[in-house]
Design a protein around this ligand. Structure first.
Ligand SMILES: *[C@@H]1O[C@H](CO)[C@@H](O)[C@H](O)[C@H]1NC(C)=O
Ligand SMILES: *[C@@H]1O[C@H](CO)[C@@H](O)[C@H](O)[C@H]1NC(C)=O
Ligand SMILES: *[C@@H]1O[C@H](CO)[C@@H](O)[C@H](O)[C@H]1NC(C)=O
Ligand SMILES: *[C@@H]1O[C@H](CO)[C@@H](O)[C@H](O)[C@H]1NC(C)=O
Ligand SMILES: *[C@@H]1O[C@H](CO)[C@@H](O)[C@H](O)[C@H]1NC(C)=O
Ligand SMILES: *[C@@H]1O[C@H](CO)[C@@H](O)[C@H](O)[C@H]1NC(C)=O
Length: 609
């Protein structure tokens, strides 16, 4: 039986769709219809695509003159897509509206996906196979998105700018591209499985994170009522259920596409230079570290987009990173010394490439930062005669889950069907397996707190956060009866260095978020969101220019946007719409200065200075 295939690639560069169509063409697979923003419909390119057998579908779901969904257009699009699926044509849909500016895969826009799901439900086709596609470039033809990260207005994609990019690509060496097709899955089976198993109640970020930030506040936002919000109806006529289903599907696809993106040599070199050897490193040591990180990436089940001798690969990557690295010849042992350039554009660009490897380590980085938070908090609060080098596993996992929530706009940390609490628990277990965390012996534990029985200890912890019970699966092996255990950090130099590296990986994110919280201290009155973003960005850029910032790359515009978005999501800001503009003002919860201070302290607790 023939089924329509839908390719859903990540979107990293202008040439993504050309590349994919070309690859399918070379393998005798019929070229897909491409649904992407209008800005991709550029004369010569679309001719090329048509020659290869593909077509563009104009997509206008998100932009329209009245700020409302264009009902007529949506209806036409629906009929068009349904007809294509009926004819078993292939589609290529870019879920991310625009190319990823940060080098990370950005959040999903799911309009077209809901049209596809509808088509399946009206039996236009018996099933649809979904194929997430990962694409990685050694170097994108655009070079970087620095102008946008520095806050300059986005240029329209013109034929000329793209043609220039392509000519540059042909003339200069842009290294390799990797396209990875993930295992196709049946949309029908996915939807069936989703409507049978109970969907974990989706708490808003406000409900999930606020109790961790303001623990003393009566948790009136979280009551049992929230769980009923989705209702029992698991059919698509229930709008909230439907929206959640589509959002989860989009996230599932993007996560899988993202997971299959190969890690390129430039990603690893940029990451090592920024977060391991920011002050510079001998080439031979860089090659050594490159080899170790390559092994670590493979051990975590990610693909590599290069092969061969590490030394050659590192030279290739350094060559591609060009101006961003400074190579000097130390006269001593005839050795090259490599430093990352310190100019703002260079650091932004290195950060862009380094983000290509962030997802490999993100969960471990979250644990490493939470480790710091739990240790320093313990130290401050001086919990009863537990020596400062002991950590409660339960507390660590809980802290890590709250950090996952805080960073949820930076890309999915796990599949939407997985529970964050469980994901963090497993990440901690892996630290124990690696030998980074050591489980304190039974005797040790009794030595520490002979007076405290397990039950009493549990009572001393703050109330379990609401998501704990909501997210817990029935067959979760983390039952109530499982006792908390105490952990110690292995003091070996190797592991300490690794933890430091992981903590630095999240440094720029946490610095941007904490600076955004500091900036809010002066907040007064409603201000338009555009203006606020602009001012906040200027504040961050100034910190970087004056070298107040620890990480210059904390001033990238996408971090500014994500920080404001997460503050809106946790209810720091109240949004009001006037005419076409969105205005921000502080919500009543965060109007008192002390609550803004608590938010800042919460973020700072993860930062290692
Ligand atoms: C981009 O195009 C839109 C309309 O297509 C126009 O309104 C806008 O001014 C253009 N922007 C630039 C920077 O040229
Ligand atoms: C994609 O990768 C980025 C980092 O490259 C990561 O933050 C995120 O988990 C992934 N995004 C999605 C939507 O899965
Ligand atoms: C490269 O490094 C050397 C030595 O550290 C320094 O003198 C030089 O200014 C640097 N060049 C650039 C372009 O940063
Ligand atoms: C480094 O410089 C020294 C002289 O300063 C020169 O003899 C040597 O060949 C250079 N090494 C490389 C690898 O270029
Ligand atoms: C700490 O880590 C080192 C290096 O992996 C290992 O050799 C050592 O056994 C670990 N320490 C303990 C107490 O397990
Ligand atoms: C807050 O306002 C004061 C005085 O207007 C100014 O000196 C300070 O730099 C501002 N702080 C921030 C974070 O903008």
């Amino acid at each position: 039986m023939h089924l329509p295939l839908i390719f859903l690639p990540v979107h990293k560069s202008h040439i993504d769709y050309l590349l994919l169509t070309f690859i399918l063409f070379c393998h005798n697979i019929k070229a897909p219809y491409i649904a992407a923003g209008n800005n991709l419909n550029i004369p010569i390119f679309s001719t090329l695509i048509r020659k290869l057998g593909g077509f563009f579908i104009r997509r206008r779901l998100d932009e329209n003159p009245h700020g409302r969904k264009d009902v007529l257009y949506r209806a036409l699009l629906y009929v068009h897509i349904e007809e294509l699926l009926r004819q078993q044509q292939f589609l290529e849909i870019f879920l991310e509206g625009t190319r990823s500016r940060s080098g990370k895969t950005s959040c999903a826009r799911a309009g077209l996906l809901s049209v596809v799901v509808d088509a399946l439900f009206t039996n236009a086709t018996p099933d649809i196979l979904i194929i997430p596609v990962g694409i990685s470039y050694d170097r994108i033809i655009e070079g970087h998105y620095n102008n946008e990260q520095l806050g300059k207005p986005k240029k329209n994609e013109s034929l000329w700018s793209i043609a220039r990019g392509v000519f540059r690509m042909l003339r200069k060496n842009y290294g390799c591209v990797r396209v990875d097709f993930a295992q196709p899955f049946s949309l029908k089976e996915y939807l069936d499985s989703q409507s049978q198993k109970p969907m974990p109640a989706m708490l808003s970020l406000e409900q999930a994170l606020l109790p961790a930030i303001l623990p003393s506040r009566p948790n009136d936002v979280v009551d049992e009522g929230t769980e009923a919000a989705l209702g029992d109806s698991r059919d698509l006529s229930s709008e909230p259920f439907r929206r959640q289903l589509i959002a989860n599907l989009a996230e599932h696809i993007l996560f899988t596409a993202n997971k299959s993106c190969a890690v390129m040599s430039t990603h690893i070199v940029a990451c090592l230079l920024l977060y391991r050897h920011r002050k510079g490193i001998d080439l031979s040591k860089l090659v050594e570290d490159f080899f170790s990180m390559k092994e670590e990436v493979l051990a975590r089940d990610f693909d590599l987009g290069f092969s061969g001798n590490s030394e050659d690969v590192v030279m290739h990557a350094i060559h591609l990173l060009g101006n961003c690295v400074n190579i000097t010849n130390t006269s001593q042992n005839n050795e090259f010394f490599i430093t990352p350039s310190t100019t703002i554009p260079a650091v932004f660009e290195l950060n862009f490439y380094s983000n290509g490897v962030l997802h490999v380590f993100i969960k471990e980085a979250i644990i490493a930062c939470s480790l710091h938070a739990v240790q320093s908090k313990r130290y401050r609060n001086g919990i009863n005669n537990v020596p400062p080098n002991m950590i409660s596993q339960e507390q660590l996992v809980r802290k890590a889950a709250s950090l996952c929530h805080l960073l949820s706009n930076e890309g999915a940390i796990s599949l939407p069907c997985q529970m964050l609490y469980q994901v963090c628990h497993e990440a901690v277990e892996r630290f124990i397996q690696y030998g980074i965390l050591l489980v304190a012996e039974q005797d040790d534990q009794e030595d520490i707190s002979p007076s405290l029985t397990e039950q009493q200890w549990v009572k001393k912890l703050p109330e379990p956060l609401s998501w704990r019970s909501d997210e817990e699966d029935e067959d979760s092996d983390f039952g109530e009866e499982q006792r908390d255990c105490y952990l110690k950090v292995n003091q070996s130099q190797e592991h300490q260095q690794y933890i430091t590296f992981l903590q630095r990986l999240l440094g720029p994110l946490l610095e941007a978020y904490s600076s955004a919280a500091i900036f809010m201290h002066n907040f007064s009155g409603p201000v338009s969101e555009t203006e606020y973003l602009h001012k906040l960005h200027k504040y961050l850029i100034t910190r970087t220019e004056k070298s107040v910032a620890v990480y210059a790359e904390s001033a990238t515009y996408c971090l500014v946007k994500n920080a404001v978005k997460v503050f809106k999501d946790i209810g720091v800001f109240k949004e009001t719409k006037q005419k076409k503009e969105t205005f921000l003002e502080l919500s009543s919860t965060f109007l008192p200065q002390r609550n803004r201070q608590k938010l800042l302290e919460f973020i700072l607790s993860f930062i290692v200075l």
